[in-house]
Each structure stands twice: as C-alpha cells, then as structure tokens.
Design a binder for this molecule. Structure first.
Ligand code: PRP
Ligand code: URA
Length: 209
C-alpha cells in the first residue's frame, strides 16, 4: 500500500501479540508499548539523511557521518501517544517534543482538542506524530492539521495498529504524511474500535475505566 510501511520485525510482532491479550496487566502493556516505541523509532528513522562531519579519533582525523539537519520532533497525541515517547527518546535522546492534546468524543467519534504545545520552528524539522491507534483517523488528521497550521511540512505518522478505514482517511486528507504501523487490522466496529485490535490503548496503558 503506497505510503504505508508495516513494520514486520519479529520482535514488534511478538510484542504486539502480547499487548493484544486482554489478560496483559497495565504494567505489562505500558512496558511493551515503551519497547515497541523503541523498535518503531529505529524503523521510522532508517532513511534519515546523513552528512559528513570532521572528527578526531584518538588515532586520526576522519570524515564521519552524522544525521543531517535540525533535531527531530516527537509529537505524541495525548494520552496514549505518550506511551511511545520514552522508548523513542531512548534512541533519539536529543529530539524535541510537541504535545498534542486530543480525545475522541465517544458519541460522534470526532476529535476534541484541549492542548497544543510545540517548538516554534516546526517548519525546519522532521516531525514524528505518535499515537498507538489509527482508527477513524479523526485524531490523526486533526493533529496533522494543527501541526501544519503551525508550520510543519515534513511529517511521519507512527502507530501500532491501523484500521483500513483510518489509513484511507489519513492518506486522503494528508497524502504527504507516510504511515508506519506494526499491523493493519480487519475493520472498525460500530463504536469505532479496531477489530480485533487491543481495546482502548489509553485505558489499558493507564489502568483507567
Ligand atoms: C484513542 C487513541 C487515538 C484515537 C484513535 O484516543 O489513542 O488518539 O483514540 O481513534 P481515531 O483514529 O478514531 O481518532 P482516545 O480518544 O481514547 O483518548 P486517550 O488517548 O486520551 O485515551
Ligand atoms: N482508540 C483506541 O484506543 N482503540 C481503538 O480500537 C480505537 C480508538
């Protein structure tokens, strides 16, 4: 599927299976989301451009590669997107962080915005938008709308699970934003939940409900 990368690494797939199990504890779910965040960060940054920099090793001077451009921005959609953050920051510790507060109205399934705070120079940075779940994509589309309003031009969306409906909506609304996901599930149910999915990611991560 154009613009969609399914991360089929065995560690990601194994951990996703553990997370789907409704018997997984809050602690276990949170730990796994953190670990998968790390693995997804590795995959989504795989093609970042490098530039040479001159350094002195203890033995000689050399031209060595470093990641080109400004530090990237991690933009978790609250709450569940925060579950990816620590794992990703472990691999990309100097990244900037933008917080996007959105929740999905359970009746209308529309995204309701309540918070936004981002670095001022989004236009100059690659932004990784983070949310474990891409269901209707109302939240993802609203988050990217808002980031674009604030100047972001180069974005990637990273999730754990996507519904085909959400992928279509997101690709239609923001074809310039490629998607990385660990799996594409079957469909959405009448309440907008991904089937078979893993339930409500925020609730499972924080032990709410
Ligand atoms: C969940 C999830 C996404 C959104 C996905 O958040 O973390 O943000 O739903 O659904 P959508 O693609 O249909 O918009 P939720 O609204 O439950 O908020 P929470 O993370 O605060 O629990
Ligand atoms: N949000 C979730 O957390 N899970 C779903 O299945 C759909 C939206």
């Amino acid at each position: 599927m154009e613009g969609v990368t399914v991360v089929d690494h065995p560690l990601v797939q194994h951990k996703l299976t553990l997370m789907r199990d409704k018997k997984r504890s809050t602690k276990g779910f949170r730990q796994l989301l953190n670990e998968v965040g790390m693995l997804l960060a590795y995959e989504v940054t795989r093609d970042l451009p490098l530039e040479p920099v001159e350094i002195d090793t203890p033995v000689a001077t050399m031209q060595a590669p470093q990641i080109a451009g400004k530090k990237l921005v991690l933009a978790p959609i609250l709450r569940a997107g925060v579950g990816f953050l620590d794992g990703m920051l472990t691999l990309v510790p100097s990244a900037r962080v933008a917080h996007i507060g959105l929740y999905r109205d359970p009746e209308t399934l529309q995204a309701v915005e309540y918070y936004f705070k981002a670095p001022s120079d989004l236009a100059d940075r690659l932004v990784l938008v983070l949310d474990p779940m891409l269901a209707t994509a109302n939240s993802a589309v609203a988050a990217v709308d808002r980031l674009k309003e604030r100047g972001a031009r180069d974005m990637r969306f990273v999730c754990l699970l996507a519904a085909p409906e959400g992928i279509d909506r997101m690709r239609g609304a923001h074809p310039d934003v490629p998607i990385w996901t660990a799996a594409i599930d079957e469909h959405l149910n009448d309440h907008g939940y991904i089937v078979p999915g893993l339930g409500d990611a925020g609730d499972r991560m924080y032990g709410t409900r």
